[in-house]
Write a protein that binds this ligand. Structure first.
Ligand code: NAI
Ligand code: A1CAB
Length: 264
């Protein structure tokens, strides 16, 4: 039995992925703060919806999916209800395994996960790290849960804040880029729907080439960039506006914010 504690956007995305991967609705308990949300989850997925304490007592794997700022309250609520031997998986940005261990009891196996919203289309990037009391079996179990919905990579916990900035938030940067490029199409007089189609297909094509060709992104970009042509005129403007430096600073800021989150 798996419990998702705090079934918001990420919790629901993970839960729907687990169900698509073949887990039965009767093997999942979801918890939610608002009764309307609980009802919607029950109706949409046929899963059981319960209180946090009850879910913690019954499930052998607990997935903590509340916001980092709500983690302290959730852990305080479930601490008396987590029997030995439970695997606790936290998907919250910035929350360390030590933070969870300190509140649930020192022996609890905790795995920290940073996934991303493409879990909704089985293309998640999930990175996982073991806490002090989580061993190979716990990492394997976490991998089994997450690999049907995307790629899973083990990383040292010291890299989790960086991974949060890179792949946890990563989809948002691409959506932002698409928005900006569609605006550019509008500026050039293109109808919005056509501009969106062109940009989305370009990003899907580029992503597929990156994944399937094994080529370095520089080589792929050079292949588009004809001498004296159009692409280099655009790249020159991106460089003039220091877009590369903006990405470095932006992702560093996200990493720093992830580090701060556990303290509220
Ligand atoms: N949205 C994203 O792309 C990603 C989010 N995350 C992490 O996932 C976690 C959740 O983020 P979102 O889903 O975006 O937020 P969200 O606000 O949609 O979901 C959190 C849910 O937890 C519920 N909740 C809060 N306290 C509760 C409690 N004590 N008992 C039961 N339910 C409670 C809230 O009502 C809400 O529905 C965060 O820790 C975030 O860092 C991780 C990777 C990506
Ligand atoms: O913005 C956030 O804090 C969460 C964590 C990674 C993606 N979304």
């Amino acid at each position: 039995m798996i419990a998702i504690l705090g079934t918001g956007k990420m919790g629901e995305a993970l839960m729907s992925g687990l169900l698509r991967a073949g887990l039965g609705p009767s093997e999942v308990i979801a918890t939610a703060r608002r009764p309307e949300r609980a009802e919607a989850l029950r109706e949409r997925y046929g899963v059981r919806v319960a209180g946090n304490a009850e879910a913690a007592e019954e499930a052998d794997t607990l997935i903590l999916a509340v916001k980092p700022q709500d983690m302290h309250t959730l852990l305080a609520e479930i601490a008396p209800h987590v029997p030995g031997g439970r695997l606790v998986i936290s998907v919250a940005a910035g929350i360390t395994t030590a933070f969870v261990e300190a509140r649930l009891g020192e022996q609890v196996p905790v795995v920290r996960v940073m996934s991303n919203t493409p879990v909704l289309v089985d293309e998640a990037m999930s990175v996982i790290s073991a806490g002090a009391h989580a061993g190979e079996e716990h990492l394997k179990r976490t991998e089994e849960l997450l690999s049907p919905v995307g790629k899973v990579l083990r990383i040292p916990e010291s890299q989790q804040d960086a991974a949060t900035a890179l792949s946890g938030s990563g989809p948002a940067y691409f959506f932002y880029l698409v928005e900006a490029m569609v605006d550019a199409g509008i500026l050039l007089g293109m109808p919005r729907a056509a501009a969106l189609d062109m940009v989305v297909q370009s990003i899907v094509g580029a992503a597929t080439m990156l994944r399937d060709s094994g080529e370095h992104p520089v080589i792929l970009r050079e292949a588009v960039t004809s001498p004296g042509g159009t692409t280099i005129s655009a790249i020159a403007e991106l460089e003039r506006h220091r877009v590369r430096a903006a990405f470095l600073d932006a992702i560093e800021a996200a990493r720093d914010r992830s580090r701060q989150l556990a303290s509220g």
